[in-house]
Each structure stands twice: as C-alpha cells, then as structure tokens.
Design a protein around this ligand. Structure first.
Ligand code: SF4
Length: 409
C-alpha cells in the first residue's frame, strides 16, 4: 500500500456547489490558463461531469477563469481513468494544447494513474494506525502531528474558521436557492424554532439547522470546506459546531477532532473513493458521516478502538447509498441528507462509546466493501442524474401533475 496524502488536500476551502464539478474544474481552468494564456478556448466534458455539469455550475466555474468558452458535453462517453473527465483546448494553439484532466473527487485533479502515489503518511490502513496508537499509547489525532508539517494546526484552525463562517452565513440567510427547483432555504427557520423546543427535541433541530446552513450555502455557490466534498460539506461542521457551542468543547479539542476526521476521510479516499461519480453518495455523505462520527467519539472521550467503531458504523449504515440529484442540482436529496447524517453521526458516536470498541466488521473491511459496492452500482446512480429521485422527478414533471399524489399541495 502506497501511504496517504496530506489532509490539506481533503479539506479544501472553495466555491460550491460541487467539489468535483466546480471547485476542481475552476482549478483546472486556472492551471490551463497559466500554460496557455491565449484563447479562445474549447472544453470537452466527458461522462458524469457532462451529465450533471449544468446543474452543478461547471460551465460558470470554468468561464470564471477562461472567459467565454466553447463547450462540448459528451455524457455518454466515459474515459477509462475516471467518470469525470475534462479536455481543454486553446483553439489558437491547436492540437498541441490538448490537456486531459480528471476531477477525482473532493476538488482533487489527476492527469492519470501515475500521479497517485502521494505518501506523506507511511500508514494507509486503520489496522496499521490502531496498532501504532495502541503500541505508542497515543491518541489518533497525533498521527497528523507526526506526519504533517508543523503548521498543520494553523491550517486546521483556518479550516474551522471557514466552516463556522459558512454555517453562520447559512443560518442567517433567507430566500430561495438558485436553480429550477425553487427550493427555499430552511436553516434559519429551523434555528428559530429550536429556541422554543424542549431539550430533547432541540438537539435534532440544532444539528439539522447547522448542517442545512452549510449545505444551503454550498448549494448557493458560497464558500465552504470540502469534508470530504462540497456536496457533503454540512455534516462535519454541523456536528462540530453543536459540540462547540452547546457542549462547550475547547477549540483545541475541536481541532484535534478535525484532525481525526481528516485521517478517517483520508483512509476512505486512499482505499476507496470520495467521488459520487465513482461510488455514489456512500463515498460523499457516507464518508462525511464516518468522519463526523469518529470526531464526536473522540470528543466524547472514546478510545482509538471506539473511534474506529464509530467511523465503521458511519460508513456501514450508508453502504449502497446512490447519487441521484434532482435536476442535477446539489439540493435534493443532498441538503437534507447532510442533516440526517449529522444527527446520525452523533448518535453513532454515543453508541460506540457505550461499547468497548470490539465489533465484527472492521473499518478497513467496510471501506473495501464500499469500494466494491460502488463499482457494482450502475452509472445511473453515480452522479449522472439519470436514475433514482432524479428520474422520478422527471417522470412526474412530464406528466404535468396529472398523477400528483398530493394535489392539495
Ligand atoms: S446525492 Fe450525494 S453524492 Fe450525489 S450530488 Fe448529492 S451529496 Fe453529492
């Protein structure tokens, strides 16, 4: 096994609504412009990024760097290396300017298999990490201090500040999200209602409001942090903000939890995928839930095996989750899915620390299962907006409400 990349490449601060469809294409366009400053430009989109590029605002992201671009979308053509492929051309230079780049999830770019061997971390399985933690007597988050540079906690502080800024903006911004669904923002309303609820119900309202706030900011094209992607960016900040404000954990404890969440996300990114186009939503919201559950278990005083158990359950109970965004927008089911995963992450953490950390299926095994399941999921359910809820919504729209099951709405 090759080792793992820095967690700096997991937590990326950038513009929503999609790390693979806006954040990475914008970065690719910027890199391309440095190499070929002279347009006009043509960009060919292949596979999943072509199928959902319009809803995910890919064209706008690329044009924000290159100016007016001639686009050619080929959703039916999937290149071998990854389902999200972009081919850049400078028409004034010709064939020599062709650059094929892949958006591999969470804002990452790759030009092919050869540049995947980033080995900042010497360990790349949970088994190795747990062995290290037990033998050294160290907490999981210290793996980060042992492998990253000494500024890593300054970076994580910057990440935490960005997460909180997105959350607070989302909590206080009312209105309708962009795109044809005319979806109203819900976070401010839930937050207001939370103040009138009893303690038990307040927790659900607050966790939902916080996760929705970030996800709605993301859907509106605001600045968020990939955790591990833009589409799943509400789960981890939602849960950590709850633990910060309502459970009064110190900033240091929150940053250590963020470091552990980074290790969990990195293990999944390294051994499976965090790309919805590659493995469905289990790789996005499933990963976010595993990261948040592990972070919470650590905050609640969990041992390394209990934290591992929390991460395992966070992913296990999202196995097989498809990606089927209605109208190709990162809104339905994405936004509420973040809220549900945030609630679940905290409950999983509480469950895990009730145990002694022993369990049957390991986190490494669940990652392996997720990768295999993702491979088996038909492309209809991997960020193409062709199947699932996206299909149902199209069918009902086509019938022009003739068979609307809720005619009173
Ligand atoms: S369904 Fe999940 S994977 Fe698909 S766009 Fe939404 S958040 Fe991303």
């Amino acid at each position: 096994m090759a080792g793992m990349d820095t967690i700096r490449n997991l937590f990326r601060i950038g513009m929503g609504p999609s790390s693979s469809h806006t954040l990475a294409p914008k970065r690719a366009a910027k890199i391309y412009k440095q190499r070929f400053p002279k347009g006009p430009y043509k960009v060919i989109l292949y596979g999943s990024i072509a199928a959902t590029g319009v809803g995910h605002q890919t064209h706008e992201a690329i044009e924000s760097e290159l100016g007016k671009v001639e686009f050619d979308s080929r959703p039916e053509q999937v290149l071998e290396y990854h389902p999200n492929a972009l081919e850049f051309h400078s028409l004034s230079v010709g064939e020599a300017s062709k650059w094929v780049v892949y958006s591999t999830g969470g804002g990452a770019l790759s030009t092919g298999a050869s540049d995947q061997s980033k080995t900042l971390y010497t360990k790349s399985t949970m088994n190795e990490i747990l062995t290290w933690a037990v033998e050294e007597g160290k907490p999981l988050w210290m793996l980060v201090t042992e492998h990253e540079d000494k500024e890593i906690f300054d970076f994580l502080k910057e990440v935490w500040v960005s997460m909180k800024e997105a959350l607070k903006r989302g909590l206080h911004t009312e209105g309708v999200l962009p795109g044809g669904l005319k979806l109203p923002r819900k976070a401010p309303n839930l937050f207001a209602k939370s103040k009138q609820l009893s303690k038990n119900h307040r927790r659900t309202a607050l966790l939902s409001a916080y996760a929705l706030a970030v996800s709605e900011e993301n859907a509106a094209g605001g600045i968020v942090v990939t955790a591990p992607t833009c589409g799943a960016s509400g789960v981890l900040p939602g849960v950590l903000y709850y633990m910060d404000v309502h459970q009064k954990y110190s900033q240091d404890k929150i940053l250590y939890a963020l470091a552990t969440a980074g290790v969990i996300g990195n293990l999944i990114k390294t051994n499976a995928s965090i790309s919805g186009a590659e493995v469905g939503c289990q790789g996005e919201v499933g990963t976010a839930c595993a990261m948040a559950a592990a972070a919470c278990a650590q905050l609640l005083g969990g041992t390394p095996p209990q934290i591992e158990y929390a991460a395992e359950m966070g992913m296990e109970h999202h196995l097989g989750l498809t990606c089927d965004p209605v109208e190709g927008l990162v809104q339905i089911p994405c936004i509420e899915r973040n809220a549900m995963a945030a609630i679940r992450a905290l409950e999983i953490a509480e469950y895990a620390i009730l145990s002694d950390g022993t369990h049957h299926i390991s986190f490494d095994q669940v990652i392996e299962t997720m990768a295999r399941t993702g491979n088996d999921i038909p492309s209809l359910y991997r960020e193409t907006a062709l199947g699932g809820l996206a299909q149902t919504s199209r069918l009902y729209k086509a019938q022009e409400h003739e068979q609307n099951p809720y005619p009173f709405i």
